[in-house]
Design a protein around this ligand. Structure first.
Ligand code: SF4
Ligand code: SF4
Length: 341
């Protein structure tokens, strides 16, 4: 059963959520947007464009504690799993699709129990972007990731003075059943939804020339293309593209020991394949020494390796890596270069 909610009742809804959950929402900061834990509905900026960091960081945070131990008693070591009940709200389809990718990758054995516990404790409320976040440097439409078919409990679409709310899971149903401002959607609402979605389609355009189904194959054929050396010369190996990407999950672990040299803990620190030391092994060798190799690896990881393993591209086309690259390296330009060969 789908429902609707009037715009004027959304603040009440957020307030009600705040009484039961940690609520993570898009908020404005210095002219940009981030996902942050809110205390009041007035902090929410539902009309946002791409946030600096993606919402998945609330499911897979940096510096997460994994273990606690006591050096005097190795048997005292115990796993730490922190998973508060939280609602991630107003999540755009591209970021929901990124969470879907992370769900698959991190559920593979050995499963990531910390991520999965957080994921189970989280309610996802999707929010339909009615136009692209940016004019260019995004490729969600090329990849079909501008639509999310799963991965959320509720999904809001703006119909004008009210939202259509697609109720997908039991958790979503429990939420809407709890509040009387949700009204069962009728045939007129459904027709209006179809019209809004039809109009939405017109706003999106392709960024990459050619058939995206061929991209993975074309990239493999381009393994020795000059593009990697050209982009590698520009790359300063800062790792910003990894940090902002909603589907980058590589990490390192580090132990921290208290000054008493007894109590300690192990933390997961997010790592990045573009950093010089990422591929350095204990014997001192670095098997991806040049920036050119690293840039190629990042693109291949998203578009070739993940596709081979999970049957789908690992890049949802959000454009964050392009926007935050100080060397102006663009995955869209790289794709267009290889597709035009
Ligand atoms: S953000 Fe740009 S310069 Fe920095 S590592 Fe990534 S590709 Fe290289
Ligand atoms: S590779 Fe770039 S465009 Fe693709 S999902 Fe990651 S940050 Fe977004």
């Amino acid at each position: 059963m789908d429902v609707t909610i009037k715009h004027k009742d959304v603040d009440r809804f957020v307030l009600d959520l705040l009484s039961s959950f940690d609520v993570i929402a898009p908020v404005a900061r210095d002219g940009r947007f981030i996902f942050d834990k809110i205390n009041s509905p007035s902090e929410v900026s539902a009309q946002y464009n791409t946030t600096i960091l993606p919402p998945v960081k609330w499911l897979y945070p940096d510096n997460e504690k994994l273990l606690e131990f006591n050096l005097k008693d190795i048997n005292s070591m115990k796993p730490v799993v922190q998973a508060n009940k939280q609602v991630l709200t107003f999540i755009h389809p591209c970021d929901i699709n990124a969470i879907n990718i992370m769900d698959e990758v991190l559920a593979e054995e050995p499963a990531d129990v910390n991520y999965l516990a957080r994921r189970r404790a989280s309610v996802i409320i999707g929010y339909e972007c009615l136009k692209p976040c940016k004019e260019d440097n995004i490729l969600c439409f090329d990849k079909g990731y501008h639509i999310a078919y799963k991965g959320y409990d509720l999904f809001f679409t703006d119909l004008g003075e009210r939202y259509y709310v697609n109720v997908v899971t039991d958790a979503g149903m429990e939420i809407v059943n709890g509040y009387d401002y949700f009204i069962r959607a009728g045939y007129e609402d459904w027709l209006r939804l179809l019209k809004v979605r039809e109009d939405r389609k017109k706003g999106f355009k392709k960024s990459v020339n050619g058939d995206m189904e061929m991209l993975s194959h074309v990239l493999k054929e381009s393994y020795n293309d000059e593009i990697w050396a050209i982009e590698g010369k520009k790359c300063v190996s800062c790792g910003a593209c990894n940090i902002v990407c909603p589907t980058c999950y590589c990490f390192d672990v580090a132990d921290e020991v208290c000054p008493d040299m007894e109590e300690g803990s192990r933390h997961r620190k997010l790592d990045g394949c573009q950093l010089r030391g990422f591929c350095k092994v204990a014997t001192g060798e670095n098997f991806r020494k040049s920036a050119a190799e690293r840039v190629r690896h990042r693109v291949f990881k998203k578009e070739v390796y993940l596709k081979k393993r999970f049957g789908k591209s690992g890049c949802v086309g959000c454009g964050r890596c392009i926007e935050h690259c100080i060397a102006k390296i663009s995955i869209v330009e790289i794709f267009n270069h290889v597709m035009g060969r």
